[in-house]
Ligand binder design. Structure first.
Ligand SMILES: *Cc1c(COP(=O)(O)O)cnc(C)c1O
Length: 234
């Protein structure tokens, strides 16, 4: 797979197609119109490649690296109002200060050291980004996220011990497995913890995710085109 530069016209068309397809899935599965939020994943794409999506009205974006987002988004935010930025990649504790300042939603809360650092920074600057817990539903050793069987205790720890508001759950199913069981599992963990926001589904599987209750789908390549292979997943 070679890197492609997707033209502004292609981005606008792809975005329109993805939006239409999300609306179709909402209708097909009896989901409320507009109940699924599109997070346009712009990782590895330049500000110049992202701008056409903003021109087409898209305002919610996902990035997987704090430093890269910090380089691109302050400039884009100066040009476009109402941007909402989601961190969808692993967060190192030494980047927490920058991440809390930069992101509106951090989707990848997954360990106590990170929770401690987030709670400290949030208290210090008085800004509380929305926080999602990432669950490693496939128990993949190389993947970030709390294990499914530890999720309830971890969510309780975030809320009760560290005073954080956890508003959503996120997962990235193993690439080699059908995703549906993972989406269903995430929904089950969410329900028993009183959470109604589910970030699940990417370019290849967002229809199934919507069927199983996704409220946020994170879609990159279907909008912006292919990425260099070595940075495909955060
Ligand atoms: C890259 C990425 C996506 C988007 O993947 P596509 O297959 O390009 O839609 C979604 N979620 C996470 C966490 C990612 O890192």
């Amino acid at each position: 797979m070679s890197e492609q530069i997707t033209s502004a016209k292609d981005v606008a068309e792809n975005l329109a197609e993805v939006r239409a397809s999300i609306a179709r899935s909402e209708a097909d599965y009896g989901r409320k119109v507009g109940s699924v939020t599109l997070v346009a994943v712009s990782k590895t794409k330049s500000a110049e490649e992202i701008a056409p999506a903003l021109d087409s009205g898209q305002r919610i974006f996902g990035e997987n690296r704090v430093q890269e987002a910090g380089e691109k988004w302050p400039g884009l935010r100066a040009r476009f109002d109402g941007v909402e930025l989601h961190l969808i990649g692993p967060l190192q504790t030494n980047k927490v200060k920058e991440a809390v300042a930069l992101f509106d939603v951090i989707e990848t809360v997954d360990r106590e050291s990170l929770v401690v650092a987030l709670a400290k920074e949030i208290t210090k600057i008085g800004k509380h980004p929305r926080l999602f817990v990432q669950v490693n539903t496939g128990a993949e050793p190389q993947k970030a996220g709390i294990l499914s069987e530890e999720a309830d205790a971890f969510i309780r720890l975030c809320r009760e011990t560290h005073g954080l508001t956890i508003s959503g759950l996120m997962c990235i199913p193993p690439v080699e497995e059908p995703p549906s069981a993972h989406f269903a599992l995430l929904g089950k963990i969410a329900r028993r913890n009183g959470i109604d926001v589910l970030s699940m589904g990417m370019s290849a599987d967002y229809d199934e995710a919507i069927q199983l209750g996704a409220t946020h789908v994170r879609i990159g390549s279907a909008i912006f085109g292919a990425r260099p292979a070595h940075r495909a997943h955060g």
